[in-house]
Design a protein around this ligand. Structure first.
Ligand code: ADP
Ligand code: MG
Length: 239
């Protein structure tokens, strides 16, 4: 079984390498994309078949490791636009429990973080990754003990920074992906300094996906500091 899995990942990586960042015919269904078997099965079990517009434009580029600046209104499906690449990119890197934190997803509020975590648990259920929520509500000590064992974290900026400042050996030196969800709200809620400090702790050589409902001037600062030659993906409403 092990050998077959390795061959499958190699074949999948080749398909991703062959994928164009901007496809001439946008993919319609998740099954049109080079996704792993565990992700395809998780999407099917959750009854996700067709891609939304933002997913169709963001996922191919994100699979290829590009930084993304994505803007699309609330309800357009931004969660899967970043969760699918998170699962896939770690999977193709053969990420395991021993590799530490691979992806950090920052969300402005606890409620939104919980929602993201629930989608991650559903769609990612066939993967072996460990995932955790860091939103406070438990003691720092309790959260910290679980933190070191997580591959994917969904966190609020304030709480995440608290851990980074107080936990000496944190294990984020391998981090591959940073996701900023609802970046406009993150800025509106005054988390700019927290985000700057968090980004300071992270390895420079990582992929960053930034999503927001609006494109505001405030986001530009965030983009400048955290993204590298991003692929711009925005979905405009058609009248
Ligand atoms: P946003 O973050 O842009 O506000 P969400 O990711 O929360 O949007 O998705 C909004 C709703 O659309 C959710 O109920 C979600 O389950 C649903 N949804 C997302 N992607 C798809 C899809 N590809 N097919 C069907 N429903 C989807
Ligand atoms: Mg959202």
């Amino acid at each position: 079984k092990r050998k077959r899995e390795v061959e499958n990942i190699d074949a999948l990586s080749q398909r991703v390498a062959d994928l164009e960042v901007k496809l001439s015919t946008p993919p319609q269904d998740f099954s049109d994309l080079p996704l792993s078997q565990p992700t395809q099965a998780g999407l099917e079990a959750s009854h996700f078949k067709k891609l939304t517009t933002i997913q169709s434009s963001a996922i191919p580029a994100a699979l290829k490791g590009r930084d993304i600046l994505g803007a699309a209104k609330t309800g357009s499906g931004k969660t899967l636009a970043f969760l699918v690449p998170v699962l896939e990119n770690l999977y193709r890197k053969r990420w395991t429990e021993y590799d530490g934190l691979g992806a950090l997803i920052l969300s402005p509020t606890r409620e939104l973080a919980v929602q993201i975590f629930e989608v991650l648990r559903k769609v990612g259920r066939n993967h072996a990754f460990s995932a955790g929520l860091v939103i406070g509500g438990k003691s720092l000590q309790e959260e910290r003990e679980r933190l070191g064992r997580m591959n994917i974290l969904v966190a609020t900026p304030g709480r995440m920074l608290q851990h980074m400042d107080q936990t000496a050996d944190f294990g984020i030196e391998n981090l591959q992906m940073l996701i900023l969800d609802e970046a406009d709200r993150i800025m509106d809620m005054g988390f700019q300094t927290a985000i700057d400090a968090i980004v300071d702790h992270l390895p420079k050589d990582r992929q960053t996906l930034l999503f927001s409902a609006t494109q505001t001037k405030k986001i530009n600062d965030l983009v400048r500091l955290s993204l590298t030659e991003p692929e711009f993906v925005s979905v405009h409403e058609t009248a």
